[in-house]
Ligand binder design. Structure first.
Ligand SMILES: Nc1nc2c(ncn2[C@@H]2O[C@H](COP(=O)(O)OP(=O)(O)OP(=O)(O)O)[C@@H](O)[C@H]2O)c(=O)[nH]1
Ligand SMILES: [Mg+2]
Length: 296
C-alpha cells in the first residue's frame, strides 16, 4: 500500500539533503521529484504546489538539513488534509433521524460494496440502517444490493428497474421514517461521470431526498481519473466527503492527496479489501507516516 510514493519521497529526501547548499543541482532534483510525484498519481497542480512550496522554504533558508526537509514536507501534506476539514458520518448520525447519505461514483468503483460495509459498521455502533437500491439503471444492481442485504441481515429498500431513482429514494425515506430507521444509505447508478442524463438524475435525486451528506466513492486504482471524477462530481452535484476504495492493492499513493488538493473535501474512509470488515476510517497521521520517512 502506497509503496511507490514512499520510495519517491525517500529518494528525494536523500538526494536533496545532500545538495541543500547547491541551488542549481537542487533545482534539478526538485524537477525530477515533480515528475516522480506525477508518476505516483499526484496530480500535476498538486505536484507543482509541493515543489514551489519547498522551493520557497529553501529560499527563505528554512530548510537547512534533512530533518528540516522531512518536517516541512510532513507539515505541507498534513496542512492540505487539515484545510479540507473532517467529517465523521457516525457522529453526525446521532444528530439526525434518519441520517441520510447519498453515494455517488462512476461504475465499478465499489459503491454498493462500500454501502454494505458501512451499513454493518453503523449496526455495530448500535444504529438501525436501511440500504436503498436507487440504481434502477444497470441490470443486476438491485439484486446485488439485495444479496448484501441477505448476507448481512440489513434491510434493503428496492425499486423497480426503469423507475425514477428520485421517487425510490423519496419512498425509502418515508419508509425509514415510519419504521424508525436511524440511517438511510442510498446507492445510485454508476455510469460514465460525464453522462449528462446521470447528472440530471442525480441532481433530482438530491433535490428530492435532501441528504445530509453526499459521499463520493472513487477507486484508487484508476489514478488520475479518480481525481477527474472528484472534480466533476464536486462541481455538478457537490461532494461532502470521499471514500477511496481498493487501497489494499494500491501502490502509487498519490490519489488521496490529489483529491484533497483538487476539491478541498476530506477523505473520510478507505476500502482495504473485499470483505465487509475491510473499511477503515482515513487517518491523516497514519497516511503521512506510511508515505514519509520518520522525523529524526
Ligand atoms: N480489493 C478491493 N476490492 C474492492 C473494494 N471495494 C470494492 N471492491 C470490489 O470492487 C468490485 C466492484 O464493486 P461494486 O460495489 O459492485 O461497485 P459499484 O460502484 O457499486 O459498481 P456499479 O454498481 O457497477 O456502479 C467488487 O468486486 C468489489 O468486491 C476494496 O476496497 N478493495
Ligand atoms: Mg453498484
Amino acid at each position: 500500500m502506497f509503496g511507490k510514493i514512499k520510495r519517491v519521497f525517500s529518494k528525494f529526501i536523500e538526494k536533496a539533503s545532500a545538495f541543500l547548499g547547491a541551488r542549481e543541482k537542487l533545482d534539478e532534483i526538485l524537477e525530477d521529484f515533480k515528475f516522480s510525484l506525477i508518476e505516483s498519481d499526484v496530480a500535476y497542480e498538486c505536484a507543482e504546489y509541493i515543489i514551489s512550496s519547498l522551493q520557497e522554504e529553501i529560499e527563505r533558508d528554512n530548510i537547512r538539513n534533512k530533518e528540516e526537509l522531512v518536517r516541512k514536507i510532513r507539515e505541507l501534506i498534513i496542512s492540505l488534509f487539515w484545510e479540507a476539514g473532517n467529517l465523521d458520518i457516525f457522529e453526525e448520525a446521532q444528530m439526525h433521524k434518519p441520517y441520510k447519505i447519498v453515494f455517488l461514483g462512476v461504475n465499478g468503483v465499489g459503491k454498493t460494496t462500500t454501502i454494505a460495509k458501512l451499513a454493518l459498521a453503523y449496526r455495530e455502533k448500535g444504529y438501525k440502517p436501511l440500504m436503498v437500491a436507487a440504481d434502477t439503471f444497470r441490470a443486476g444492481a438491485q439484486e446485488q444490493l439485495k444479496l448484501h442485504g441477505q448476507r448481512t441481515g440489513i434491510p434493503v429498500f428496492m425499486g423497480k428497474y426503469g423507475a425514477d431513482p428520485a421517487a425510490i429514494a423519496f419512498d425509502a425515506i418515508r419508509y425509514a421514517e415510519n419504521r424508525g430507521y436511524d440511517v438511510v444509505l442510498i446507492d445510485t447508478a454508476g455510469r460514465m461521470h460525464t453522462d449528462i442524463d446521470l447528472v440530471n438524475e442525480l441532481k433530482k435525486l438530491v433535490r428530492v431526498s435532501k441528504p445530509h451528506r453526499k459521499i463520493l466513492v472513487v477507486d484508487a486504482l484508476t489514478g488520475n481519473d479518480a481525481i477527474e471524477q472528484a472534480k466533476f462530481f464536486d462541481e455538478y452535484i457537490g461532494v461532502d466527503g470521499v471514500i477511496v476504495t481498493k487501497v489494499d492493492a494500491y501502490e502509487q499513493g498519490g490519489v488521496p492527496l490529489s483529491i484533497v488538493y483538487a476539491i478541498r473535501k476530506p477523505i473520510i474512509m478507505i476500502g482495504v479489501g473485499q470483505e465487509y470488515k475491510d473499511l477503515k476510517p482515513f487517518n491523516i497521521d497514519e497516511f503521512v507516516n506510511k508515505i514519509l520517512p520518520g522525523v529524526y
